[in-house]
Design a protein around this ligand. Structure first.
Ligand SMILES: *[C@@H]1O[C@H](CO)[C@@H](O)[C@H](O)[C@H]1NC(C)=O
Ligand SMILES: *[C@@H]1O[C@H](CO)[C@@H](O)[C@H](O)[C@H]1NC(C)=O
Ligand SMILES: *[C@@H]1O[C@H](CO)[C@@H](O)[C@H](O)[C@H]1NC(C)=O
Length: 413
């Protein structure tokens, strides 16, 4: 890149290092004198999503306050403090489903709303997300879990190939992964722990098709793992409903897909949608129709445990807020408007920033991305190509700026 490397450069670099050392020292002492989250000075607990003991088996630093809680870095930053609203609901659950929400979301297309989507399909799905665990990512509210929640979000970028970051990633309390998250064969580089797996049905199925020969033959599964659905299409609502009910998808492009393994000979297919439809979304469970599935066994994705607590749904308003404030791409004012949305990785990283106390980002785009392959699991280097459905250069700038602001830590090399 032809950067100047004269004596002045090194002098400036030294100066910068010394200054940042001073800043870190000042910052640390400020953090140390800060009373910490236990005193309630951080009052963002009511609507942030929190982890439960079941999802955690490695809280070795239990009860220690964060050294660098991200909310403090946000509060001190002149630009980001006006962008972040840590009290915005991250997840959509049945208890938020009102006529008002319906009217407001009906004015926007997916993933920002429900325009043109079947109200019955949505109501039926949301009625299953009516427990309190559907309102937060984690099983127990924050008051019961003092301490610092450290999250790693693992993107699939080529920078992770040969990184040997596996242990560092697994040392976080919770690990988010997404799309074609190949683990086998890359344990040293990407770790093995998965607390959350985020996707749209489209990106999940595309990953299974495109990367199966590179080792992505199934979606991560596990007792403590939770799935985060990104509602980019009616397919996501339908798959989510079928996943909770543990039945094949009744209609649409994913018809017959079975989110969970079903019995060897027959599967129970529910009536397409419950009727009559209650406007509150609190529909009664549909009477199941027993139907024989003939032909090849359908795909299964999420393992045997079907229950509402296993599946989370990002709130369309949260996706709007993220797009509007953090990733307002130039594509929004062009004919590509309807193709554009933040990438799955961006949505997961921003979800973590709105739910965890400290966030590390691995495998996300960096300014030297051209040195690396598109994905860490490719065998032959493949360039990262920028398509109009995402705005990866805008995302790269955002991660760099959030890293500089001390709001997240971005793995770079
Ligand atoms: C924190 O927020 C909750 C609900 O939003 C409120 O009831 C409570 O009084 C707040 N606590 C403080 C210390 O501001
Ligand atoms: C949620 O809805 C189901 C079925 O409609 C019902 O059986 C269950 O009791 C509801 N749970 C809560 C917490 O409202
Ligand atoms: C992955 O890293 C290894 C060295 O660690 C290198 O030999 C290989 O070419 C890399 N793969 C790709 C696809 O860049």
């Amino acid at each position: 890149m032809g950067l100047p490397r004269g004596p002045l450069f090194w002098l400036l670099l030294l100066f910068a290092v010394v200054c940042s050392g001073i800043l870190v020292a000042l910052y640390s002492s400020a953090v140390e004198s800060y009373p910490g989250p236990l005193t309630g000075a951080r009052n963002i607990t009511s609507s942030r999503a929190f982890f439960g003991p079941k999802a955690s088996n490695s809280r070795t630093r239990k009860n220690l306050p964060c050294r660098h809680p991200l909310y403090l870095a946000i509060r001190r930053h002149p630009h980001f403090r006006d962008l972040f609203d840590l009290s915005i609901p991250v997840l959509l659950s049945g208890n938020l489903f009102t006529q008002e929400l319906w009217d407001s979301l009906s004015r926007h297309k997916a993933p920002y709303g429900w325009q043109g989507l079947s109200g019955q399909a949505i109501a039926s799905t949301l009625s299953l997300l009516n427990g309190s665990e559907s309102t937060r990512l984690f099983a127990v509210s924050r008051e019961l879990l003092p301490g610092c929640i450290r999250c790693a979000v693992v993107g699939n970028g080529g920078i992770l190939n040969g990184s040997r970051q596996g242990q560092n990633i697994d040392a976080h309390d919770y690990v988010f992964r997404l799309n074609g998250a190949v683990i086998k064969g890359f344990e040293n580089d990407v770790g093995t722990k998965t607390s959350f797996y985020g996707f749209t049905v489209n990106t999940m199925k595309n990953s299974l098709i495109s990367y199966s020969n590179l080792g992505f033959t199934s979606v991560p599964q596990g007792q403590d793992l939770r799935y985060i659905f990104i509602p980019s299409d009616i397919r996501d609502y339908m798959m989510l409903r079928s996943a909770i009910l543990g039945v094949p998808v009744p209609e649409g492009p994913d018809k017959g897909d079975s989110p969970a393994p079903t019995g060897p000979h027959t599967a129970t297919v529910p009536a397409p949608f419950p009727s009559p439809h209650s406007p509150t979304g609190r529909t009664t469970a549909p009477a199941a129709l027993s139907t024989s599935i003939v032909g090849p066994r359908p795909q299964t994705y999420f393992g045997p445990e079907a229950s509402a607590s296993k599946f989370k749904l990002l709130h369309p308003d949260f996706i709007s807020y993220l797009t509007e404030r953090f990733l307002k791409s130039k594509w929004i004012n062009t004919k590509f408007r309807d193709l554009y949305m933040p990438s799955t990785g961006a949505l997961m990283l921003l979800t973590a920033l709105h739910t965890c106390d400290q966030v590390s980002a691995y495998g996300f785009i960096t300014s030297n991305y051209q040195k690396f392959s598109d994905h860490y699991f490719e065998r032959i280097k493949k360039p990262l190509i920028f398509y109009v459905n995402h705005d990866l250069s805008l995302e790269a700038t955002l991660w760099k700026d959030l890293h500089k602001a001390g709001i997240l830590w971005l793995y770079q090399r």
